[in-house]
Design a protein around this ligand. Structure first.
Ligand SMILES: *Cc1c(COP(=O)(O)O)cnc(C)c1O
Length: 382
């Protein structure tokens, strides 16, 4: 129950262990097409350029920036946690002219501030932000932010690593231009793959670029020769050897989301989050983020006064086989991050977390009522 990688279901692990076949084998090519269809389903998009990048979420971030940003394109990056900060590092390396907007840790990207910044400077042509900030547990209003960007003729780059399949995310309806995610958060797949998707406007921008991409591996113009088949390009060509077994696993995890239904997956995350919060509040553990902006899949809580951060996490792990996340960046030492991602988001885990926390906290001299907290959890489910 940390911030990822989340638990991988036995079904996905079994798919991972299937015999490795060639990355141009006809059977594998069929699987690639199915993966693209399933990715379109989870992203809620018709975007043709929707593929898994053969590397983790950070490579998806870099794919978006390296392909979308021409040197000196003016990009506005919003920072309300670690991953917004990482975006600025990547945007700089892509040669962007950079403007940043910072928001307090634990708060959302404020659309009014973004509107103000875009209105103040016509030269900004791209807006980048994190939909679900895993370092703070905050959801920003991606729909509104994209609306504002469109009004100011800006393309959007959105980090959906922790939001995909955990909370509402609608790529086409919200008009997102470039989006990346990861496999090891709410998709509950093995780490190391990054689904990405690009709108027609984004593809037009990529295709009209004269600047040769400074990254060879992530250059979509080259990668597409492997992932796409068309009249102009009847045969797929080798670019790099795809991580065949990891893609089996991704295929299986996407199928599981489709079987459950995307909206049902969102509702499941919300339901178990509510039960967790009910239990935590009886234990006297406060959430950091205002209710409206909380991520159900990543709960940042204040470490109670006088409680030893590391000792509690070590005891949870050694006595209960339970991992929760430490605070990151500015939250290091004063927050825990309790994940409820993908297949780890279930009642048994909520109950384990509340009862284990009660036991360990009492052991550490922090007085709390575990039975009452468990009753609150049960009540939430009832
Ligand atoms: C985990 C995460 C990333 C990075 O993904 P990696 O797979 O670790 O490279 C990027 N952005 C957010 C919001 C994340 O939670």
């Amino acid at each position: 129950m940390g911030p990822g990688p989340s638990d991988v279901s036995p079904r996905v692990l079994k798919a991972l262990g299937q015999p490795t076949i060639g990355h141009l084998d006809p059977a594998f090519v069929g699987l690639m097409d199915e993966i693209k269809d399933l990715l379109q389903y989870v992203f809620m998009t018709e975007n043709r350029l929707t593929i898994p990048v053969s590397a983790p979420g950070s490579a998806g971030m870099e794919t978006c920036f390296m392909n979308m940003v021409d040197p000196n394109d003016h990009v506005l990056v919003c920072i309300n946690g670690v991953f917004g900060g990482r975006m600025t590092e990547v945007a700089k390396r892509a040669g962007a002219k950079l403007t940043t907007l910072e928001f307090d840790w634990g708060t959302e990207v404020d659309p009014a501030k973004v509107e103000e910044a875009l209105a103040a400077d016509d030269s900004i042509s791209m807006l980048a932000f994190v939909h679900a900030e895993t370092s703070t547990g905050v959801r920003s209003d991606a729909k509104t932010l994209c609306e504002i960007a469109r009004k100011h003729d800006c393309l959007t780059i959105v980090d959906a690593v922790t939001s995909l399949a955990g909370i509402e995310l609608r790529v086409d309806d919200w008009g997102i231009d470039a989006i990346y995610s990861g496999t090891q958060k709410c998709l509950s797949c093995v780490p190391g793959i990054s689904p990405v998707s690009f709108s027609e406007k984004a593809v037009a921008k990529i295709q009209s670029r004269e600047h040769t991409n400074d990254s060879w591996f992530l250059d979509l113009k080259l990668v597409m020769a492997y992932w796409e088949q068309s009249e102009a390009q009847p045969k797929r060509a080798y670019h790099h050897t795809a991580p065949v077994n990891s893609l089996y696993a991704l295929h299986e995890s996407l199928l599981m989301v489709k079987e459950e239904g995307l909206e049902n997956a969102w509702a499941r995350h919300a339901k178990h989050h509510n039960a967790l919060v009910a239990g935590l509040s009886v234990l006297g553990i406060e959430l950091i983020v205002a209710e409206e902006y909380r991520l159900p899949e990543l709960n940042t809580v204040k470490i109670p006064e006088g409680v030893d951060d590391a000792a509690v996490r070590t005891a949870l792990l050694s006595q209960f086989d339970l991992e929760i996340g430490a605070g990151l960046g500015k939250f290091a030492g004063n927050a825990w991050r309790i994940g409820l991602m993908g297949s780890a988001c279930k009642r048994e885990n909520v109950e384990l977390c509340i009862s284990a926390l009660a036991s360990v906290l009492n052991e550490q001299g922090y007085d709390c009522d575990g039975d009452a907290a468990m009753a609150a959890v049960a009540n939430s489910y009832a």
